[in-house]
Design a protein around this ligand. Structure first.
Ligand SMILES: Cc1cc2nc3c(=O)[nH]c(=O)nc-3n(C[C@H](O)[C@H](O)[C@H](O)COP(=O)(O)O)c2cc1C
Length: 198
């Protein structure tokens, strides 16, 4: 059995694992399952892309009027799950959720392809869509409204940051005797960690 995961700082360990995932995974190593909860307490999960991580937390972008957006404004707590199948590794994050600053959302939005930016105007994400033609018409409308290269960020589109209380690193080991290391955020900003039974 190899030594347990040695790092003291979960963000350094996450960066190391993400770098390996970027080299090993054929598609979307930054894809993560985002779990929220409905107002009546049912779990609700979907995939999103990690677009930033630093000592403040894990950032993704979405439509604030989407189902997940409504859920997060009502209950700003979430869990994330990365599963890197090739590496047989998982990272689990649980924590509180905050909106990222307008400047951060603007910066990421500006980096997106023009059609993706127009799509953010056209899509009433998670609302009922009558037909594909309706979506195409909304996209054409957005194109007519913003014909030049500058497509402003819609007010209902931006980033959320999951600020972790807990981060777990899971590695597959022989005979299902997996290696699990969990880090707990402390009030002073430091971390404690422990190993869990598989
Ligand atoms: C790999 C992958 C990455 C995705 N990334 C995002 C994302 O970053 N933001 C987003 O709003 N939706 C993303 N989606 C679409 C979501 O999974 C989901 O369909 C959409 O956000 C609506 O979810 P909701 O109705 O729960 O709000 C992604 C889907 C996949 C499969």
């Amino acid at each position: 059995m190899t030594e347990p995961t040695p790092h003291a700082d979960p963000y350094a360990l996450f960066a190391a694992w993400m770098a390996e995932a970027e080299a090993a995974e054929p598609n979307d190593p930054n894809a993560m399952c985002l779990a929220t909860s409905t107002p009546d307490g049912f779990p609700s999960a979907r995939m999103v892309l990690l677009k930033g991580v630093d000592a403040r937390g894990f950032v993704f972008f979405t439509n604030h009027n989407s189902r997940k957006g409504g859920q997060l404004f009502a209950n700003p707590r979430a869990a994330l799950n990365f599963h890197w199948k090739t590496l047989r590794r998982v990272v689990r994050v649980e924590g509180d959720v905050e909106e990222v600053s307008a400047a951060e959302s603007d910066e990421y939005y500006a980096s997106r392809p023009r059609l993706s930016r127009l799509g953010a105007w056209a899509s009433l994400q998670s609302s009922s869509l009558g037909s594909r033609a309706e979506l195409e018409a909304a996209l054409a409308e957005a194109e007519a409204r913003f014909p030049g290269p500058d497509v402003p960020r819609p007010p209902h589109w931006g980033g959320f940051r999951v600020v972790p209380r807990r981060i777990e690193f899971w590695r597959d080991m022989p005979f299902r005797l997996h290696d699990r290391r969990v880090f707990h955020a402390q009030p002073d900003g430091s971390w404690t960690s422990e190993t869990l039974y598989p």
